[in-house]
Each structure stands twice: as structure tokens, then as C-alpha cells.
Design a protein around this ligand. Sequence first.
Ligand code: SF4
Length: 264
Amino acid sequence: MPRPKASPKVLEDVQKQTLEPARETARAATQAGTALPGKKKSVKARAPKKETDKVKKARALEILSRLERLYPDAQTELEHENPFELLVATVLSAQATDVSVNLATPALFTAYPDAHALGEADLENVENLIRKIGFHRTKAKNLIRLSQLLVERHSGVVPDDFEAILALPGAGRKTANVVLSNAFGRPAIAVDTHVGRLSRRMGLSENTDPDKVEVDIEALFPVDKWVFTHNALIFHGRRVCAARKPLCLECTLREVCPQVGVLE
Ligand code: SF4
């Protein structure tokens, strides 16, 4: 896929305020001998220090525009057919891969298609159906209780309400935001491990606390793009900007990314 072009003004500002300071850090580390031995150009890039809010916002919009070209159909990769299934799948996805969740949920949803059925499920049976997913015992317990509470408080229907979802066992901010955004189309940014990592590498947030990253990202991207933004960042994190081996040389965001904390 051809590399998308940034507007000349954005690139000029990004070069001046973001990439040049990062490269200066690299040069200084090399000269000071603090770069990794045997790898002359290998240094840790640091967060751009003097980037103004205006330039950061322009850079975020350029990142967004490139993500839109790269992943026009980005959406959650958790397979589901309704809000209840997405809620259950998202609870299961904590510290587990979407692939492992998608392998388990068809049988789970066939056995227990709604909150009424899952709320009355046998614990051991649910554990067996999700046994290949990490923390399956705790998650099975949470899913049964969550379903019972959905029946007691919301007539078995997943509420279109952040606080109400947050009050369910096994559901944190990320779960509530995934469900609200992907099942109800509500503007929300769900910060998982990919969104957090990419936000820091791209110099869009310096925070490690997901709640703070959420606030940082919300301030940089248009509200009507929040759902797309977090889904596209997850796509990019899985396909290009992996935790251990980010493919910076092949990355179409490279011109607008300071690669904070990445060894080149
Ligand atoms: S792969 Fe490298 S250039 Fe691309 S977003 Fe990740 S850190 Fe930035």
C-alpha cells in the first residue's frame, strides 16, 4: 500500500518540534556512549518535549487520516451478534487474546444465548466452555453473576449506560467503553494494552494509567472519531506496532511518529 502523504505544513511542524528533538536525543546518546554497544544508531527515543498542543493535535489528525486509509473498516475483532455477546466476550478478553475468546464464545453462546440462560448456568459447565481462556474460573463466576444482575437490574438487557455497565462484575472502564462504542455507537475510547502502548510511542500520551491515557486521547481526536480511533490503534498494534518488535521501517505512520521508547 503506498505511503499516505502528510500535508507539508503538518510535516514541517512535526519535523521541527517532534522528530528533530528525538533524533537529537539519539545523536547525544551515541556521542555520550550511552547507545547500545555494537549498535551505533540504537538509542531510545524520548518523548518530544517542546511540542505545542496545536502541533500535537495536528499530528494526531494526520495519524488519524493515515489510520483511516490503512484500516477503513476497523472495528472490534471480538465476534458478537448483540450487546450481550459483546459484553461477555469483552469480559473474557481481559488478559487474553481475541482469538482465544472467539474460539470459545460460539459454544458458550449456543449453550447460554442470553442473560437469563447464563444467569442460571452451572458454574462447572461455564468453566469448561471457557477453560482455554486465562483466569477462566474467575471469569466464569463473574459472567454468571453479571448475567444475574442484568436480569435483576435491567430485565436481562445490556444497558446503554457507562456507570451501569461499570457496576457489573468483571467489567471495568475498558469493557464499558468497548460495549458502548461498538454495540451502541456511543463515542468512547477504550484503552487496552495496544491503545496505551501506541499512544505512548506516538508521543500522544506520557501516561501509563489507562484512565489518564483515555483523557489524553479524547482531547486530541474529534469525538465522532473516537470509536474508529481506538479500534484502528488496536488494528495497528496487532499488525505493525507490536509490543516486542514494532515494524517502524515499514510503518506508514513513521513520518509523524517520534517512536518514543522504541529501539531502532
Ligand atoms: S511501528 Fe514504529 S513508527 Fe509505527 S507507530 Fe509504532 S513506533 Fe511509531
